[in-house]
Design a protein around this ligand. Structure first.
Ligand SMILES: NC(=O)c1ccc[n+]([C@@H]2O[C@H](COP(=O)([O-])OP(=O)(O)OC[C@H]3O[C@@H](n4cnc5c(N)ncnc54)[C@H](O)[C@@H]3O)[C@@H](O)[C@H]2O)c1
Length: 441
């Protein structure tokens, strides 16, 4: 049996874990309903690495492949308690019904549980999400006041639910596009900006600030800037908290990061990749606002550049044209349709085309990501890993990296990195797939 290093010192996954979701919309209600259905034996946690995936350990001849959840100390689903904030006062049952992701026959058996999850009032500002109105909103003179109220919510939730630890995941609407500004540079400038109501500080930053101050890891499921600023890195370091983002990798970008590495592995050229979507849920409506769409577009466009490396392969990828469009089309609801037209070329430059028509369900793809991120962020915290958790890039469209490092988008590299990180944490050998030892005499 092969054990390479000592591994990390990981505190046991004892007690209850509070999963605080910012936003109680399509994604959040789908993850909550799914976890409860699994707990009652009504569903399987399909799409979740923590619940369904195995991890190979040691040599192929050792036949050791435990489930991830049996390998690393993770909180069991029975120990999870959910909480949420939303400017719309609907409880999780009403919200799930109006989002229309899950069928009534899947919601009714867990209706009581869903009704028991009522959103706390939100730190919300319409200036940052133009297409949304809400009544369940906090009031305060300054952004710092709102952050203080969020901190009180966090403390109250923890005490009332007897939680040992908490994690926070942003699953709320995409905010308008913000770029890095001087106010984002240090914790001091951020706090001053919060007291002076600086426009550069979006509500998502108030949640992240409150989480980190309260010793709660924070993962960002939307493309907002949020924790991708030096002030939050500094705060995460000070508080020794893990952070990560951004934008859950589902649907079209998931397909892109599965396909593009394959085309590149075969050294096939790419002239253009045109992606268009129709979707009709609230997320689609919010993204119908050009300023929110800009945030999403930036997050979706980076992927091909990084995977295909046009500077390194100018003949193959130097002239590629990449376009992404999202169209709000109410009749579709959450059941998005994403079309991709991919113009590739092969031997002697001969052109070929690939067409993808992905009839996907966004929130069904996003829900297991939220669950895994919550459990892995909690694991990271117990393992003393703080700052950006790049090993969780697998889950994000626009993975956050430490300053100076470009993000890795190739889903297969991300998957290997995730599993090798788990092996490293537990003191198991890294798997390199070299395999020459099987041929040694
Ligand atoms: N597969 C996916 O669905 C997917 C993939 C990647 C990213 N995302 C992102 O995840 C987020 C959630 O997606 P969704 O489909 O659940 O959207 P949704 O519109 O159904 O839910 C978002 C909820 O957030 C609430 N909200 C907005 N601002 C808030 C604030 N300041 N505080 C608390 N709540 C707030 C809204 O009222 C809404 O109920 C979006 O930003 C979306 O872009 C989703």
């Amino acid at each position: 049996m092969s054990k390479s290093t000592a591994g990390r010192d990981i505190a046991p996954a004892e007690g209850r874990l509070g999963v605080l979701l910012v936003g109680l919309g399509a994604v959040s209600t789908t993850v909550i309903a799914g976890v409860e259905s699994v707990r009652r034996g009504l569903s399987l946690p399909i799409g979740s690495i923590t619940q369904m995936n195995t991890i190979r350990l040691g040599k192929r001849t050792e036949a050791r492949a435990p489930l991830v959840r049996d390998f690393v100390p993770l909180v069991g689903l029975d120990e999870i308690v959910f909480g949420a904030w939303d400017p719309i006062p609907d409880d999780a049952y009403q919200s799930a019904r109006s989002c229309g992701v899950l069928k009534p026959e899947d919601l009714e058996p867990i209706a009581d549980f869903m009704k028991s999850i009522k959103p706390m009032s939100a730190a919300f500002d319409k200036a940052y999400v133009k297409k949304l109105d809400g009544t369940n909103v906090k009031t305060g003179k300054t952004k710092m006041d709102l952050a203080e109220q969020l901190r009180e919510d966090i403390r109250r939730f923890k005490a009332e639910n007897g939680c040992d630890r908490l994690v926070m995941v942003w699953a709320a609407s995409t905010e308008i596009f913000l770029t890095r500004q001087p106010v984002h540079e240090t914790v001091e400038s951020l706090e001053r900006g919060m007291r002076e109501n600086d426009q550069g500080i979006a509500p998502s930053m108030l949640y992240a600030y409150a989480a980190l101050q309260e010793g709660v890891p924070f993962a960002n499921g939307a493309p907002n800037l949020t924790v991708d600023i030096p002030a939050m890195l500094e705060l995460a370091r000070q508080k020794e908290m893990p952070i990560g983002g951004k934008d859950f990798k589902t649907g079209q970008t998931l397909m892109k990061t599965i396909l593009a590495p394959g085309l590149k592995a075969r050294m096939l050229g790419l002239n253009g990749w045109f992606s268009t979507n129709i979707l009709g849920n609230r997320d689609g409506e919010v993204l119908d606002d050009p300023e929110s769409f800009k945030t999403k577009e930036e997050s979706k466009l980076g992927v091909l550049e990084y995977i295909l490396q046009p500077k390194m392969y100018p003949e193959l990828y130097g002239d590629m044209y990449h376009k992404v469009r999202i169209n709000y089309y109410p009749p579709r609801g959450d059941n998005k349709e994403g079309w991709d037209n991919i113009d590739i070329f092969g031997w002697m430059g001969y052109p070929m085309q690939i067409k993808i028509d992905f009839l996907c369900r966004d929130s069904i793809l996003a829900a297991p990501i939220v669950l895994d991120l919550a459990l892995f962020m909690d694991l990271a915290q117990r393992a003393g890993m703080h700052g950006v958790q790049e090993w969780l890039s697998f889950y994000f469209k626009s993975p956050q990296t430490p300053p100076g490092l470009y993000p890795e988008h190739d889903i297969f590299i991300q998957h290997t990195k995730l599993k090798n990180t788990l092996r490293w944490m537990m003191g198991e050998e890294q798997i390199t797939h070299l395999g020459n030892e099987y041929y040694d005499e």
